[in-house]
Each structure stands twice: as structure tokens, then as C-alpha cells.
Design a protein around this ligand. Structure first.
Ligand SMILES: [Zn+2]
Length: 535
């Protein structure tokens, strides 16, 4: 708050800084606080701060040039007003997105975004009006400046207050989850072991199993399974995920448990995803490896549940941007410029390629490591053709029934990711032949239905739980893998096999919940026909 107090003493208006940062806080508080940890704000706030200083300085320099150096204060005031106007215009679309979200939550059918093209240009003209008035009538400048300072100060302080409440909720949920996790950890005792191979857990988002790909996309990837087998992998033939949604799936497999036992820690708002982010970020698997002297290395996915951790020893991060920053950028008027979406998608493409690069560069060291990476592909957006060349397939998520084009784009991406995964494994195995690998899909596809239905069709359930599930483990552990092991038990078998932790296996189950009600868990195992076909 120092900057606000110093404002009057220095005579330098600070409202442009507030005008640049406040919308980022507002967007987080209204659109993302339930699903993104507060640390996701650090990068966009930092960028907004730097951008505000840059635009502010340039504006002042321009007014210096026009007004003359002898009227320094007037030039600064006009520069400040102009910079704030620029940020009002820049975030004008963001305000529409926020208003739309508020109407949606209140059950209104009003769509601000639909009418925006007709009145946004008027808003932009109004935003620049204070600058024009101040140039024409300099006497009004002090009043306009104090109004801008006061309004933006109130707005940013309000958002900081709301953010503080969101942080408090976040910290208390994380604390409750961690208490439960540590209590479980205390019960687990291990034997000493000298066998400490590096362990790589690679999640390929939405990589369906071969039965699912054959049935729903008429794609035969037996070649990929043969190639994995040639490299010593054990493949679960008809594996099923335990959950249908990314964060639930990651939280479950990384904690070797179903999630209902953590429900008491989830907080009062049943749409708050903090618990899942916390479980995926600071997971029991990593803790148990660390207890054996392993380093926990996280290869940054850019996605809130798998881009950070309080217990990691190292985070490999190749790109500055992440999902949340890109979401904010998409909400601004940047998205109105031709080529903007293509440029934003290139960030995601580079992030995926960087993840593979980091895996390939990993050397075998004296200290064993547990490496986790969540590669957000072949899940949409579609960024690669089958040869790995960049493609531009706008449209982001495909929540409803897939079109012929969507299916083609998904399959091309599947083929590229399969080839890239094999090439990466070859490089890694050449350096680290005894390493353990678990390569899994977190859930299958959803060609046939919208995944967030409260009452999913049997067809969707059968499609959605089919996943790739591949293991390269020492033979003694492979002997313990059940024929169609499910992700909830992957690391139970590996940790028990390596260190005799005595962790209990969970029964195989398919649990359903939707994005709207992630904690309304329903056991749908009996409706998954593929399960009955397993034997
Ligand atoms: Zn996913």
C-alpha cells in the first residue's frame, strides 16, 4: 500500500498501475478463484505491472514532446490519464467476460458478449474522452486525475480484500488436506532398499486405450503397443481410468486412493477445486519417494494441478506463460486481432515440446529421482499434425459431440504424441536402462457425448474411461501387476514392490462426477460394459 500513500507526496498519479493490475485481480476473483491456486496470479500481475510502467512512461514521453518540458506535471498527468484509458480499452472485453460470468451464475440468459460488438467501439471512445477533455480544458485535469486516483484505488483495494478472503479459504482447505495426508503417511513404514531406480510418471492427457480408439474412432494403434512391448513395457490391455476428469484422475492416481475420503477437507463450496489441485501438487506418491531419498522433479505442464508443488525439489519450466495467463490474454482485446489465437496456441505447443525435451535431457544421477509430468496432449487444443508439424485448429475445447474434423485432428495428434513418446523413451532408456516408467492416459475421449452431463449415457461412460496404461518395471514388480491394473493402484504396486510400504490395494472402480459438481461422486462401475469384458 506504500505506493498509494506516496502518490500525493510525489505528485505522480498511480492510477495507471491500478488500471493495469485491478482487472487481473477482478478476473481471478470472479472467474478463476475456485479452480486456480492464488500463486497462478503471480505471473499475470507481474506482466501487468511491467506493462503499466511501460505504457505510462511512453505516454508521458509523448506528452512531454507535445507540451514541452517546462510543464512537466501536466505532461505526467496527461500521460497517466492516457495510460489508464489504454488499459480500460485493453481490458474492455475482459469486463464483458466477467459480466457474462456473473449473469450466468445468477441464472440470467443475458449475453454481454453477444451484444459487445455493437457497443464496444462506443466504450472505447468514452474511455479516451477524459484525455481529450483534459487537453482541450487543462483546468479540468486536476479534478479528473483525483477522480481516477480515487475510483481505481477503491476498486483495487476491494479486489485485494476479496483476494485475501480467497487466499484464506485456499490455505485452510490445503491445511486440512495436508493434515489428512500426513496422518496416513505416519502409518506407513518401509524396509530399507538399495534398489532405487529413477521413476518417471508420464500422463498423456486424454490418451484413450486401444479398445476405445478402435471402437469410437476406428483407429488401430496396435503398432504403438507392439513398439512399447519391444521396449520391455507391460501393457494393461483394457485398462480403465478411475475418474473421468483430469484433476480427479491425477489426484487419485498420485495419492493411490479414491477421493471421497478427503471430502471432509474440501470446504463448504462444492465447486471449489482447491482440494484436487492440492492433492495433485503435493501428492503422497512423491512424499513416499522422497522419504526414500528421492528427488521429486516436476516438469511443468502449465496447468494449475501439475505446474507447481510445495514438496518438489526441482521444477523444470520452459515457458513463461501458463494456462491462466493465456486465459486472461484471450479475454482481452488482443483476441480481436487476426493471428492472436494462433500466437497464443503456439505457447501451448512449445510447452508440450519443452516437456518432451526436458525428459530427453534427464541424466541418471547419484540421487534417484521421481519425475512427474502431465503432457496436455492429445487432448485438445489440436496443435500438431501426425508428423508433429504445427497446425492451427481454432475452437479450443470440444465439449459436445465431435465432428469428423475434430476426430481427424484428435487422431493426428494421437499419432504424433505416440511417435514422440517412443522417441523420448528411446533417448531416456539409452541413458537410464533400469528406469521405471508409468505412461497413462488420465481419461479417454468423449466423442459421443458432452462430458459434463449429470446423467451420462452408458455410451459416454464406456468411451470416457478407456485409457492407455503402460508400465516398464523390474520383473519382480511386473509379476505383482494385476492383469488390468487401474491407476489408483499403479504406485501402490510400485512403492510396495520397491520399499515394502504395505500400502493396501484399492478395489477397481469407476467413479463419475461432472465439472459442475465435481464432488458428487457416483460409482458407475457396473455401467461400464468394458469392465465386464475384461475377463
Ligand atoms: Zn485430462
Amino acid at each position: 500500500m506504500m505506493i498509494f500513500e506516496e502518490q500525493t507526496k510525489l505528485g505522480i498519479p498511480l492510477h495507471p498501475i491500478n488500471a493495469a493490475v485491478m482487472p487481473v485481480l477482478l478476473y481471478y476473483n470472479t472467474q478463476a478463484a475456485l479452480e486456480m491456486p492464488p500463486d497462478e496470479l503471480i505471473k499475470p500481475v507481474l506482466v501487468a505491472l511491467i506493462a503499466s510502467l511501460f505504457v505510462y512512461s511512453i505516454s508521458c514521453l509523448v506528452f512531454f514532446a507535445f507540451i514541452g518540458k517546462e510543464k512537466v506535471h501536466r505532461a505526467i498527468s496527461l500521460g497517466a490519464l492516457f495510460a489508464s484509458s489504454v488499459f480500460a480499452i485493453f481490458y474492455s472485453l475482459t469486463y464483458c467476460v466477467i459480466l457474462d460470468g456473473i449473469f450466468k451464475v445468477s441464472g440470467s440468459s443475458v449475453s454481454v458478449m453477444a451484444t459487445a460488438p455493437s457497443w464496444l467501439p462506443v466504450f472505447w471512445l468514452l474511455a479516451i474522452l477524459p484525455v481529450v477533455i483534459s487537453v482541450l480544458k487543462p483546468v479540468l485535469l486536476p479534478k479528473l486525475e483525483s477522480s481516477f486516483n480515487a475510483v481505481l484505488l477503491v476498486l483495487i483495494l476491494t479486489q485485494i480484500g476479496v483476494l485475501a478472503l480467497n487466499c484464506f479459504t485456499y490455505i485452510s482447505i490445503c491445511h486440512s488436506v495436508e493434515q489428512l495426508q500426513l496422518k496416513e503417511m505416519d502409518l506407513l513404514k518401509a524396509k530399507k532398499s538399495d534398489c532405487k531406480p529413477d521413476v518417471f510418471y508420464i500422463i498423456l492427457d486424454q490418451m484413450a486405450g486401444r479398445d476405445g480408439l478402435k471402437e469410437y474412432l476406428q483407429y488401430d494403434d496396435d503398432w504403438f503397443y507392439s513398439e512399447l512391448e519391444k521396449r520391455g513395457f507391460y501393457l494393461s490391455k483394457k485398462s480403465l481410468s478411475n475418474y473421468p476428469i483430469t484433476r480427479l484422475s491425477l489426484a487419485s492416481s498420485l495419492n493411490m486412493s479414491y477421493l471421497d475420503k478427503y471430502q471432509t477437507a474440501s470446504g463448504s463450496d462444492k465447486k471449489n477445486w482447491t482440494m484436487m489441485n492440492k492433492l495433485a501438487r503435493d501428492n503422497q506418491t512423491a512424499r513416499l519417494f522422497k522419504r526414500q531419498g528421492y528427488h521429486y522433479v516436476l516438469v511443468d505442464s502449465g496447468f494449475a494441478a501439475s505446474n507447481n508443488s510445495n514438496i518438489t525439489d526441482e521444477i523444470k519450466s520452459g515457458t513463461f506463460s501458463d494456462f491462466f495467463s493465456e486465459r486472461i490474454l484471450r479475454s482481452t482485446i488482443v483476441s480481436l486481432f487476426p493471428g492472436a489465437e494462433e500466437a497464443i496456441m503456439s505457447f501451448a505447443r512449445n510447452r508440450i515440446l519443452n516437456q518432451f525435451d526436458y525428459l530427453q535431457k534427464m541424466e541418471k544421477c547419484n540421487t534417484p529421482k521421481f519425475v512427474f509430468t502431465h503432457i496436455l496432449s492429445p487432448h485438445e487444443p489440436y496443435l500438431f499434425n501426425a508428423n508433429g508439424e504445427p497446425v492451427y485448429f481454432p475452437g479450443g475445447r470440444c465439449d459436445h459431440q465431435w465432428t469428423t474434423e475434430t476426430r481427424k485432428a484428435y487422431l493426428a495428434q494421437v499419432q504424433f504424441i505416440q511417435k514422440k513418446t517412443l522417441a523420448t523413451i528411446d533417448v531416456m532408456l539409452a541413458k537410464n536402462p533400469d528406469a521405471i516408467f508409468v505412461i497413462q492416459g488420465d481419461h479417454g475421449t468423449h466423442c459421443s457425448d458432452y462430458v459434463s452431463e449429470h446423467s451420462p449415457s452408458d455410451n459416454l461412460l464406456n468411451e470416457r474411461y478407456s485409457i492407455l496404461n503402460a508400465y516398464k518395471v523390474p520383473s519382480i514388480i511386473q509379476a505383482r501387476l494385476a492383469k488390468d491394473i487401474e491407476p489408483v493402484n499403479s504406485f501402490v504396486v510400485i512403492l510396495n514392490g520397491l520399499f515394502d510400504y504395505g500400502i493396501e490395494l484399492s478395489p477397481d472402480k469407476q467413479i463419475y462426477s461432472s465439472y459442475d459438481e465435481p464432488f458428487l461422486f457416483k460409482d458407475v462401475s457396473e455401467r461400464v460394459i468394458r469392465r465386464r469384458e475384461k475377463d
